[in-house]
Design a protein. Structure first.
Lengths: 171, 374, 391, 410
């Protein structure tokens, strides 16, 4: 059962992806259309303000929840990538960072760069290079931002494996 | 007694008057001079008074508030610019007249001493016929759209202003102080009246006390001019035509039944309003010092409308007292709020406060229950 | 017969004049067909929602709702918040609508109450109301935001610590709805070139041999607008819609028939205000920049002008009027300045001419309508005289 | 029926419109400026270009259009006008001066359609980051450099005190507020006393007349207080006129106006009739100079010899023309290079025989990042009755780029 559902989700994702719409968004649009249909189906109940108070309350709560959800999934975050010394970690000669598979930022020692991501979660891939330009090590990490806004990631700490690689963003 | 007074004056006026009084009292504590503020209020009262007066005939004749004031203003602007354009010619003509009729004092008095006054008078003399013609057409138009005058007046005003934008560029003005420097044609956005008739009314008989402790300036001439205009309107409203006009405004059916030509009365009222608007802007300019063309007159109707409403007029009833009280209160608020509130709060909120107060007043008047009519 | 002729002229004069002006102006401007069609499509997507929001108050006999700028302001406040929080994409737009809606409802109820106190003068009252609320809006945005209302993004906030900047860039939601379903029309040759310029992003491609160049179609926006048109058609048939039309015909009769006149009028204005709020959000997502203190200024003015040019009157307007109006009015906007320049050789005269026409046309349309209504009233009075007299 | 007819006729017209004119010029330059009532100088610059290179309607090179007077509310028109320029297949350069709000969006739309058009913005109203993300090059008066050069000029002229006249609204503008902060710092370094004086805002209720009156009345007191070796500077164009009149009559120095031009303040202040000069800048300057010397202000009052708006329109168009002529459009590294900066300077110099321009790239104070698409320009100050001060080539010390805007202390 769940296998069929997963497959269906995949097909749906692929189908939506050709227009650049993510699955969540597609579901949102579907929900909206459904809501609109129901809304018309209910006739003028909403306009006449004849609904019982708890029905209104539920709708209100639903709208507020929708607001929070939109806030959560639609937020754009600035991700500062910092290749500087912190704690005992030394900056790398060069490190290439790509976020969500996008174009990679090449950071020399003591460089700082900026990338923007939309949504609460992103995948970061950091490739550390040596003097000859060979990839020494690759680290992939999924980071969840939750409701926070901008962050700075200290790459030496991240690659070094310590947990506290997230630093407050500069203002 | 007090109840009656309140009823007569109306709460909004009392509140605003108290607010204004409060501002005057608060002024010295935030470092604003009361005497200069009072002088400024009086100057602005004189500048705007005649334009507010232009509301009366139309309101009384039942044409509603004259949102089409820009039409009158345009006539005034034409008069003002033409008087400068032809300034030398006009003066030369007068000298010629003087020599022909052998009136030697004419030359001396008019051309040397009264140069500015003559320029000012010529501006008004040119503007009035233009205003009358425009007003006549405007009146004819408004007669066809009874009931919708105010909205249509607004757009007549707007479109005439934007039409004149083209005209200012194309009219064959030549005078070097008025046309654009490079091209040698087309009028400038602002034209200085310095050297022509700057402050010709304001400084006439003006009381100017400028000592260490007191800076008081009273533009007596301008105030007298306003008083004369107000008196003329007052007299006119009491003539036979004037009373007929009022009758048309308060009950058109009754007026028609008693043999008054409603449309004619309305046309006369509109012509009068337009002429007063034209004279009003010239008075305004002589004090302000600049003729503002292009989009300058665009929103000029709103302060005038707000003033008369603030003075207690309604959409279909207005008198001289409404004009005097309203203009004083409105201009007083305009002068005092920026200086006092800004000094107190250290911000520039005056513009916003003006928007809210003036439009709030108009809104209040429009939503008041009106006597059954029309 | 003569009256019928007069009616026909009064009903069609405005669109006819515009078609004639356009007929001269389009060739003079020298623009290519693909540019004109592209611009018109963009403007249909951008403006028609705003104009459609005017229809319901007209139905209820309240004239042209100049108070729609209230809704536009509500929409802008929603946009300011999502910009501050950094919400982008479709969620940003929906969230802006969600924030704007309650503000628009409150403003709409206020506007409805005010207009109920000014029956017979709705238009001029709502016009002044727009100015009044604009003052309040400026107060809120220029002084309270960042001081009492939390706004922290330095890209929005004036450096003095309170008040929002004059121009706010809406890059996060720019063209999001328009490009949701990317669609393009090209001529037979243009396709490959356009595909290259796109960098290989997927889009729906239609080929029409007549066209040179490529035309992007804001398909999703057009679908939203189409849905909204369906809504209006449906709404007319509901009980509430019927009530509104009855009130539009005659208030006294509706009142005695048991229709709550004042309440229904308020609902009409509330719907219009909320829709104007969404309309402004759609408009600004296309524009890409928000002029904090000016973007709403002309929303009402231009929407009304477009509707009137489409052949609508103060008491009667249809969906067809909206689209014809958008096309004609904006065609004028696009070609007039350049045509004026090519004709007279002075760019600014064309510009002033455009401004003059947009104000003048409202004046003419209002005059024609009032004139016609007065003639009808006069005729009615003449036929009634002897029975009751008066109105 | 009616609707159908109109739609059909519309389509017919649209097809007709396809037929464009035939042009002999190889490429076109589109120029957008304000109307005369908005900004006359900008428009006259465009007219100069039409005179030089011909109107594209008659086979020349230049297409000139204007943005609406009411540009804050009518962005839509501004945008479609600019995008309309890109409809011309020969269009290779678009110049917008001043780049009013909406220009960035218009440029983005042009970019989507045409990658080959050079987009130039003069005096952008939008933030540097916003405009340069869309435009190729934007030029702006150098509010940072002039924060140093104006006090330096005052010192060279012999001033001991520097009086900065402004009001809160202007001081809340990023550029003006920042310049004030830099001036204060520069004065400290140059050994000049810096004073801030407040005057009424002309857009407030006192109006222009009241604001000018205030300056006229207060100048004697200020001269008395700060001495005859005080230099005066005001941020508002309206204040300039009475200030100039009083400086000429009473003493003190005036380095240059906020938007310097021989036409800025001088004709009004000294009653100069320039109706015969009509756009001949050297002649205008000469006449203004004579009037200033006659009024007793020789050697104490300065200006830019050529108007900023006028030169910017012309120079940007000229830069665009050279860019295409010299084949720089083939070189992707050209924009942002030292060569481009030099070429821009030369384009400006081309319209200002005798005067020189200083040009530098904009550096964001908060991040220290150089913006290679945003060029700051300043013209050498010309002292009437004294000649050029040589400020254009002055190197601005690094520290002034780090200064942040500070609140005004009254």
């Amino acid at each position: 059962m769940s296998a069929i559902f997963n497959e269906y989700c995949e097909i749906l994702t692929e189908f939506l992806a050709q227009w650049g719409i993510s699955l969540e968004l597609g579901l949102l649009i579907a929900a909206l259309i459904l809501w609109l249909l129901l809304y018309i189906g209910r006739g003028l109940a909403f306009f006449r303000f004849l609904m019982r108070w708890y029905q209104r309350l539920i709708i209100l709560a639903g709208l507020i929840a929708l607001g929070f959800w939109l806030f959560y999934i639609g937020r754009e975050h600035k991700i500062y990538l910092d290749n500087k010394a912190m704690n005992d970690y030394k900056p790398f000669e060069q490190v290439n960072v790509s976020i969500n598979g996008g174009t990679s930022a090449e950071l020399m020692a003591r460089d700082r760069d900026l990338r923007k991501v939309v949504g609460p979660e992103f995948e970061l891939k950091a490739e550390v290079l040596d003097d000859n330009g060979e990839i020494v090590s690759t680290v992939t990490k999924t980071i969840n931002l939750g409701f926070s806004k901008d962050i700075m990631i200290n790459l030496p700490v991240l690659v070094g494996g310590s947990g506290d690689f997230i630093v407050p963003a500069p203002r | 007694m007090i109840g009656r007074f309140i009823q007569n004056a109306g709460w909004p006026r009392i509140i605003i008057a108290l607010f204004l009084l409060g501002l005057f009292i608060a002024a010295p504590f935030v470092g604003v001079r009361v005497d200069t503020s009072l002088s400024n209020t009086l100057v602005r009262f004189g500048m705007n008074g005649v334009m507010v007066l232009a509301m009366i005939p139309m309101v009384q004749a039942g044409c509603g508030l004259n949102f089409g004031l820009p039409l009158g203003i345009i006539a005034g602007l034409l008069g003002a610019t033409l008087s400068i354009e032809w300034n030398t010619e006009i003066l030369a003509k007068l000298v010629e007249l003087g020599t022909v009729y052998k009136i030697s004092w004419l030359n001396e008095v008019f051309v040397t001493n009264w140069r500015a006054a003559l320029g000012f008078a010529s501006a008004i003399i040119i503007a009035v016929p233009i205003a009358a013609v425009l007003g006549w057409f405007y009146g004819k138009l408004l007669n066809r759209v009874k009931g919708d005058e105010m909205m249509i007046a607004t757009y007549v005003g707007f479109s005439s202003v934007s039409f004149m934008c083209i005209a200012w560029l194309l009219l064959p003005y030549k005078h070097p102080t008025m046309v654009w420097g490079y091209a040698g044609r087309g009028l400038r956005t602002t034209i200085s009246v310095e050297g022509y008739w700057l402050h010709v009314l304001s400084d006439a008989l003006a009381l100017d006390i400028h000592t260490e402790n007191i800076h008081l300036y009273i533009p007596t001439g301008m105030l007298i001019f306003f008083a004369v205009m107000a008196f003329l309107v007052w007299v006119f409203m009491r003539t036979k035509t004037g009373t007929a006009m009022t009758a048309v405004g308060s009950n058109p059916d009754f007026a028609r039944a008693s043999g008054v030509n409603v449309d004619r009365m309305r046309t006369i009222a509109v012509v009068m309003s337009t002429i007063l608007g034209a004279v009003g802007i010239i008075v305004y300019e002589q004090s302000f010092g600049f003729i503002q063309l292009y989009m300058g007159p665009f929103y000029m109707a709103l302060p005038a409308v707000a003033s008369i409403l603030l003075g207690g007029a309604s959409v279909n009833k207005a008198g001289i007292l409404n004009v005097v009280v309203g203009t004083f209160l409105f201009q007083g608020i305009l002068t005092m709020t920026p200086s006092v509130i800004n000094s107190y709060l250290q911000t520039d909120m005056s513009e916003v406060i003006r928007l809210i107060v003036s439009n709030g007043m108009i809104l209040y008047a429009l939503t008041r229950k009106v006597r059954a009519g029309r | 017969m003569i009256r019928r002729l007069f009616d026909i002229i009064a009903n069609n004069a405005v669109p006819a004049v515009f078609i004639i002006i356009s007929a001269f102006a389009i060739p003079l401007s020298g623009y290519s067909a693909s540019y004109l069609i592209q611009e018109l499509l963009t403007r249909i997507g951008r403006n028609s929602f705003l104009i459609l929001s005017l229809l319901i108050p007209i139905m209820a006999g309240m004239g042209l709702n100049f108070g729609m700028v209230l809704g536009a302001m509500a929409g802008q406040i929603g946009l300011l918040f999502i910009c501050d929080w950094g919400i982008v994409g479709i969620p940003g737009i929906v969230l802006a609508c969600l924030i704007g809606t309650p503000i628009a409802i409150i403003l709409g109820i206020f506007c409805g109450h005010v207009l109920n106190r000014a029956k017979g003068r709705e238009m001029v009252t709502s016009y002044i109301l727009g100015f009044f609320i604009n003052g309040v809006y400026q107060m809120v945005v220029l002084y309270l935001m960042g001081w009492i209302i939390p706004i922290t993004n330095p890209a929005l906030l004036l450096s003095r610590g309170y008040g929002v900047r004059n121009a706010v860039s809406l890059l996060g939601i720019r063209g999001i709805l328009d490009n949701l379903i990317p669609t393009v029309i090209t001529g037979t040759q243009g396709a490959g070139q356009f595909f290259n310029a796109q960098g290989g992003n997927p889009f729906i491609l239609l080929q029409i041999p007549l066209i040179d160049g490529s035309i992007r179609i804001p398909l999703a926006t057009l679908i939203v607008i189409a849905l909204f048109c369906v809504f209006i058609i449906w709404f007319r048939k509901t009980k509430l819609g019927q009530d509104m039309r009855a009130i539009g015909q005659n208030q006294a009769v509706s009142d005695s028939a048991g229709i709550p006149v004042n309440r229904t009028r308020i609902i009409a204005i509330v719907i219009s205000t909320v829709l104007a709020c969404y309309g402004q959000i759609i408009y600004l997502q296309n524009m890409g920049t928000l002029n904090t203190y000016n973007s709403h200024d002309q929303a009402g003015m231009f929407s009304i002008a477009a509707l009137l040019i489409g052949g609508a009157s103060v008491s009667r307007a249809s969906i067809a009027n909206v689209f014809l109006g958008v096309i004609l009015f904006h065609l004028m906007f696009i070609v007039a300045p350049v045509a004026g320049k090519n004709l007279i050789g002075d760019a600014q005269i064309g510009e002033y001419f455009r401004v003059f026409v947009s104000y003048g046309i409202i004046a003419i349309a209002l005059v024609l309508h009032a004139w016609k209504r007065n003639r009808e009233r006069e005729a009615a009075r003449r036929s009634l005289r002897g029975n009751k007299g008066g109105e | 029926m009616k609707l159908k007819l109109t739609v059909i006729s519309l389509l017919v017209f649209a097809l007709f419109a396809g037929a464009a004119f035939a042009e002999p010029a190889k490429f076109h330059i589109g120029i957008m400026t304000g109307t005369v009532s908005q900004s006359e100088d900008d428009l006259r610059g465009a007219e100069l270009m039409i005179k030089m290179y011909g109107d594209s309607a008659n086979g020349g090179m230049v297409t000139h259009i204007t943005y609406p007077d009411n540009f804050p509310s009518e962005q839509e028109t501004t945008i479609s006008q600019i995008v309309g320029l890109a409809d011309d297949p020969l269009m290779k350069v678009i110049v917008v001066n001043q780049a009013v709000p909406g220009t960035a969006e218009a440029f983005r739309r042009v970019r989507e359609k045409r990658k080959d058009i050079l987009l130039l913005a003069g005096e952008p109203h939008e933030d540097p980051g916003v405009i340069t993300e869309a435009a190729d090059i934007a030029t702006h008066t150098d509010h940072i450099g002039r924060g140093y050069t104006i006090p330096l000029g005052a010192q060279k002229m012999g001033a001991k005190t520097f009086v900065h006249i402004s009001f809160p609204r202007h001081m809340s503008y990023e550029t003006l507020g920042l310049r004030r902060a830099i001036m204060e710092e520069a004065c400290k370094d140059l050994g000049i006393k810096f004073v801030f004086e407040t005057a009424p805002d002309p857009t407030s209720d006192v109006g222009m007349a009241g604001a000018q009156q205030y300056i006229l009345e207060n100048m004697p007191a200020w001269i008395e207080k700060y001495g005859k070796d005080a230099a005066f500077f005001c941020t508002n164009d309206g204040h300039t006129e009475p200030l100039l009149r009083q400086v000429a009559a009473l003493g003190g120095f005036f380095v240059e106006a906020d938007l310097p031009s021989p036409l800025m303040g001088y004709p009004g202040a000294l009653g100069i009739d320039l109706s015969k000069e009509q756009g001949d800048w050297p002649a205008i300057l000469k006449k203004v100079e004579e009037a200033v010397v006659k009024a007793g202000g020789g050697g104490r009052m300065g200006t830019w010899a050529y108007s900023w708006g006028y030169t910017t329109t012309a120079a940007l168009a000229e830069f665009g023309k050279r860019y295409i002529d010299n084949g720089h459009d083939k070189d992707p590294k050209y924009i942002g290079s030292a060569k481009a900066l030099k070429d821009m300077r030369e384009a400006y110099d081309a319209f200002c025989p005798g005067a020189h321009w200083g040009a530098s790239y904009f550096i964001e104070a908060a991040t220290g990042v150089k913006n290679a698409k945003f060029i700051l320009l300043r013209q050498d100050t010309y002292v009437l009755g004294g000649g050029y001060l040589g400020l254009a080539d002055v190197e601005i010390p690094e520290k002034y780029f780090q200064i942040r805007m500070t609140p005004v202390k009254n």
